[in-house]
Design a protein around this ligand. Structure first.
Ligand code: SF4
Ligand code: SF4
Length: 258
């Protein structure tokens, strides 16, 4: 199991400053300055680690503006591992400057929403919100307004069950993460039906928690390790041939970070 280490300077120094990443970065057109894309953000990390620049609110602001889409990694001719560097830079930033109440609460609630209390609260919210439409217009602290799914009273109803295929070709473990069976129950049910029809029995573990990707990408590495270790232990209780996900974020985390 990987242990997190300090920001790897050698990885940041692989950047040859060619600037190709500027052409694909979605934040650069809005920021229009050197620190508005990967090359500049990496240079800041290098300067902070070398002690040439203090880790100030301004540096943190530049790192926070990165959407972590990783398009820069795909185009980089020198295979700079931007994600590896930036999650550690953000961990360093959180340790030095904190991360604000809203983000802390959001991440903590993702970590706790599958606890006994969290499940009861989500089911109750599902009952209370049942007269409302299935998606609710929600303002975000960033100023964006998104249509978010609401929880349903049937949340977590798939957990701890085995859905058997008629002529079984194999067995899949359905990694439901934090959102699928709490907020996107219909999607979860459809994944199971589809897999059953394709000949796969689907096992839904009782106690899978958030995959931890939001914690990882925001530099909360200890919280990520807690969630990852919990999920690996829970998955280890079941017999399966492969894992199926309905959330691309969970899929990415399981493939790359577990
Ligand atoms: S594309 Fe890669 S090597 Fe070129 S500036 Fe960006 S991060 Fe550095
Ligand atoms: S991860 Fe995305 S937003 Fe961040 S520097 Fe790379 S291309 Fe830009």
């Amino acid at each position: 199991m990987e242990k997190f280490i300090e920001l790897p300077l050698d990885l940041a120094q692989k950047c040859v400053k060619c600037g190709l990443c500027k052409s694909v970065c979605p934040t650069y057109p809005y920021v229009q300055e050197e620190a508005g894309f990967a090359r500049g953000r990496l240079a800041l990390a290098e300067m902070v680690v070398k002690g040439e620049l203090p880790l100030s609110e301004e540096v943190a602001r530049q790192w926070d503006q990165c959407a972590m889409c990783r398009r820069c990694e795909w185009i980089c001719p020198n295979n700079v591992e931007y994600k590896e560097i930036m999650v550690k830079a953000r961990d360093m930033q959180r340790e030095s400057l904190g991360q604000g109440v809203v983000k802390s609460l959001g991440l903590k609630s993702l970590e706790l929403m599958q606890s006994g209390f969290g499940r009861k609260a989500i089911k109750l919210a599902g009952k209370l919100l049942s007269p409302l439409p299935s998606e609710i217009k929600t303002p975000f602290p960033t100023g964006a307004v998104k249509f978010m799914p609401k929880p349903t009273a049937r949340a977590f109803g798939l957990r701890g069950k085995v859905f058997e295929a008629q002529e079984e070709k194999g067995k899949l473990l359905f990694f439901t993460g934090c959102m699928i069976d709490a907020f996107y129950g219909k999607t979860g049910e459809n994944v199971i039906k589809l897999m059953n029809r394709a000949g796969y029995t689907v096992v839904v573990p009782e106690d899978i928690k958030c995959c931890g990707a939001p914690h990882y990408y925001s530099g909360n590495l200890q919280a990520f390790e807690r969630l990852r270790d919990h999920n690996l232990k829970e998955m280890g209780k079941y017999d399966f041939d492969a894992v199926v996900v309905a959330c691309p974020t969970c899929g990415g985390a399981l493939q790359e970070d577990y």
